[in-house]
Ligand binder design. Structure first.
Ligand SMILES: Nc1ncnc2c1ncn2[C@@H]1O[C@H](COP(=O)(O)OP(=O)(O)O)[C@@H](O)[C@H]1O
Ligand SMILES: [Mg+2]
Length: 299
């Protein structure tokens, strides 16, 4: 499938962007995928959540301003299959400088392009800051698709239209015509309230299949894990949070595969008489597990 670059964005803070990036990366790595997480938030929560210290001078800061190979900035994490480009506080200041650059929306795209073309990673996940500023716009210009985590709360729909309008603008301006909505992930779902169910129903009415079947429950273990510098799969592998993100990672990969198939030329890719691939055989299991994630009480 090559490398898919996915921006994880929402202008609001505290909706589960970073938790989703870390959990999705580690769950996909469990499934054998190679993942690069790029921490674009000067608050460095993805960096610390993956157990790495903030190191001044090791972020994308210089690379964005003076295109240089990104390889020297990539660090291994304790999780096999997950690498990281960390953030640092200086990234905040770099927005002002980027704004003065030629083609300022494309700074990140230029840095990531050789890496994406090398197919070293299956997915590059860009953890965006909680704003629609220059770093987020750079992320969306560099991405194949946008994944929006949404908290199950009032005004979810309103918030969603803000970010999807930005997606449309970036597409239509020509900055990134291929950008598409990867999906909307409802987070912090609280089974004890009717509100959460109403919100999900309303968002599904407007965004249909773009909303993932998997709902991420509110789970205290997910909120504890970052202070130990561990992803949920290590911190508490059997928690409802870890299970939900495992279901989600399967659903995410399946949809990404479907999008890739849409975008391929119409020639049949698999000859009729090809042996059934193990991946295809596993599809029904994945579907059943995803359905279970939805049906299952998530508290
Ligand atoms: N499903 C969840 N259940 C409980 N706490 C969560 C959940 N998802 C995230 N959190 C916690 O909520 C806070 C905000 O989440 P975070 O992923 O950092 O959001 P963002 O990156 O959008 O600002 C963090 O303290 C995080 O640990
Ligand atoms: Mg964050």
């Amino acid at each position: 499938m090559g490398t898919k670059t996915v921006g994880i964005a929402n202008q609001k803070g505290g909706v589960g962007k970073t938790t989703t990036v870390i959990s999705l990366a580690t769950c996909m790595a469990e499934l054998g995928r190679d993942i690069l997480v790029v921490d674009l938030d000067p608050q460095s929560n993805a960096t610390s959540g993956l157990g790495l210290p903030r190191q001044e001078g090791r972020s994308l800061y210089r690379a964005l301003l003076n295109p240089m190979p990104i390889d020297s900035l990539i660090q291994k994490t304790a999780i096999e299959g997950v690498d990281l480009v960390p953030a640092e506080l200086d990234l905040a200041g770099c927005e002002v400088e980027i704004a003065r650059a030629d083609e300022y929306l494309h700074c990140l795209a230029k840095v990531l392009r050789p890496l994406a073309e090398s197919s070293r990673y299956d997915f590059i996940l860009l953890d965006c800051p909680p704003s629609l500023g220059i770093l987020t716009m750079n992320a969306l210009t560099a991405s194949d698709s946008l994944l929006v985590p949404m908290q199950c709360e009032y005004y979810a729909l309103e918030g969603l239209s803000v970010i999807t309008n930005l997606l449309d603008r970036i597409k239509q301006s020509g900055a990134n015509p291929r950008l598409r909505l990867e999906g909307v992930l409802m987070t912090m779902f609280d089974t004890r309230t009717n509100l959460a169910e109403q919100v999900v129903k309303e968002v599904r009415e407007h965004f249909g299949d773009a909303v993932y079947e998997t709902l991420i429950p509110r789970n205290v273990r997910l909120s504890e894990a970052p202070s130990f510098g561990q992803p949920i799969t290590l911190y508490d592998s059997h928690s409802s949070g870890a299970r939900a993100y495992r279901f989600f990672s399967r659903e995410f990969i399946k949809r990404a595969r479907a999008h890739a198939a849409d975008e391929r030329p119409t020639e049949p890719v698999v000859p009729q008489d090809a042996p059934v691939a193990a991946e295809t055989a596993g599809t029904t299991v994945e579907a059943a597990e995803t359905a279970e994630a939805v049906a299952e009480p998530t508290a």
